[in-house]
Write a protein that binds this ligand. Structure first.
Ligand code: UFG
Length: 335
């Protein structure tokens, strides 16, 4: 299949490109490098031995987007391109809503006009809000989102659902990610956010390399085993494999919703301890106040992914920590 991956140079998008190529698909990427680097495209080639066809621009540019659809016979789309920094979204809601919603609308318009029947969307467990019970199934009630980023994800889900209802021969898949971490085993691609990281694993990585002095653990008084927040961390390569299966298997017209998580929750301190143990490094941390908007516990019920896609997360937390550190060391050597 010819598959368009929007945001294909990003953290998750680049791993998806690798898995798609390895499964025999042709990959076309649109990315504006707003949160990624051009070198990633070369790394995808180093890993797979094949090139992606690449276009550099923001999808808000509708004319350029349309040209991609004119120049290529696109069979399916994996839509990852979006602004994703939770804190920044609170300060720049207009930019976040404009970018995330308009690009999604443009994608759906192109699907309609160029008869593309299949889209897989990068959604997030954030759409469940503060869960009443865990594990979260796809039937769990959608919750109140606590920042414009999360709200934009919920709104993008809604846009895609309404479009599918109007164009009934489309297949729309909403993949709700839990907490993707880790990196490709090659150490060539991984998560290297610009500036001070918002998320736990990139922060731990930068404390371990000495780039940042100390991790702040946001709260130790949650109702969890050790008081720190519990999340369902999933290896980004497992996540990427889930996309390949989703694009291949969810071809029936309709809206398909699927959680991608492991089904197991780990606390912040368990992550810190595992990272230290697996990699033989020290991660300094101190307990800080809770971060506004955070919830105590969030993990998936991944049964549907297993039943419908034959997908289960295969990599362990040790793998996630090891691969993150392997990536970090490569980055430091290259700098
Ligand atoms: N945490 C810290 N210190 C930090 C960063 C995080 O203690 O410096 C803690 C958080 O309080 C939380 C856990 O680590 O308990 C995970 O936090 P992340 O920021 O890594 O991830 P979140 O679960 O808050 O959010 C992630 C993604 C969102 C997505 C959400 C879905 O960042 O994009 O999962 O649940 F929407």
């Amino acid at each position: 299949m010819n598959i368009l991956v929007t945001g294909g140079a990003g953290y998750i998008g680049s791993h998806i490109c690798v898995e798609l190529i390895e499964a025999g698909h042709n990959v076309i990427v649109i990315d504006d490098f707003s949160n990624s680097k051009p070198e990633v495209l070369g790394y995808i080639r180093d890993i797979t031995g094949r090139d992606v066809k690449f276009y550099e621009f923001n999808i808000l540019d509708e004319e350029k987007t349309e040209r991609v659809f004119q120049e290529n016979q696109i069979d399916s789309i994996i839509h990852c391109a979006a602004f994703k920094a939770v804190g920044e979204s609170v300060i720049k809601p207009i930019e976040y809503y404009t970018n995330n919603l308009t690009t999604t609308l443009i994608m759906t318009k192109m699907m309609r006009d160029y008869h593309v029947k299949n889209i897989v969307f990068s959604s997030s467990a954030t759409v469940y809000g503060d869960p009443e019970t865990v594990p979260l199934t796809e039937e769990s009630r959608l919750g109140e989102t606590t920042n414009p980023y999360g709200t934009s994800k919920a709104m993008m889900e809604r846009i895609l659902t309404d479009v599918q209802h109007a164009y009934k021969d489309m297949s729309v898949t909403l993949l709700r990610y839990f907490n993707p971490i880790g990196a490709h085993a090659s150490g060539l691609i991984g998560e290297d956010p610009k500036g001070i990281p918002n998320n736990l694993m990139p922060y731990i990585m930068k404390v371990a390399t000495g780039e940042l002095p100390c991790l702040g653990v946001f709260g130790d008084d949650y109702d969890t085993s050790d008081g720190t927040g519990v999340r369902d961390y999933i290896h980004v390569v497992d996540l990427a494999k889930g996309h390949v299966l989703a694009i291949e298997k969810y071809t029936e017209p309709g809206v398909h919703i699927c959680n991608l998580g492991t089904g197991k929750g780990y606390s912040v301190l368990e992550i810190v301890k595992t990272f230290e143990k697996v990699n033989g490094v020290k991660v300094n941390y101190e307990i800080k106040a809770r971060r506004p908007g955070d919830i105590a516990t969030c993990y998936a019920d991944p049964t549907r992914a297993k039943q419908q896609l034959g997908w289960v997360a295969e990599k362990t937390l040790d793998d996630m920590c090891r691969d993150t550190w392997n990536f970090a060391k490569k980055q430091t050597c290259d700098k």
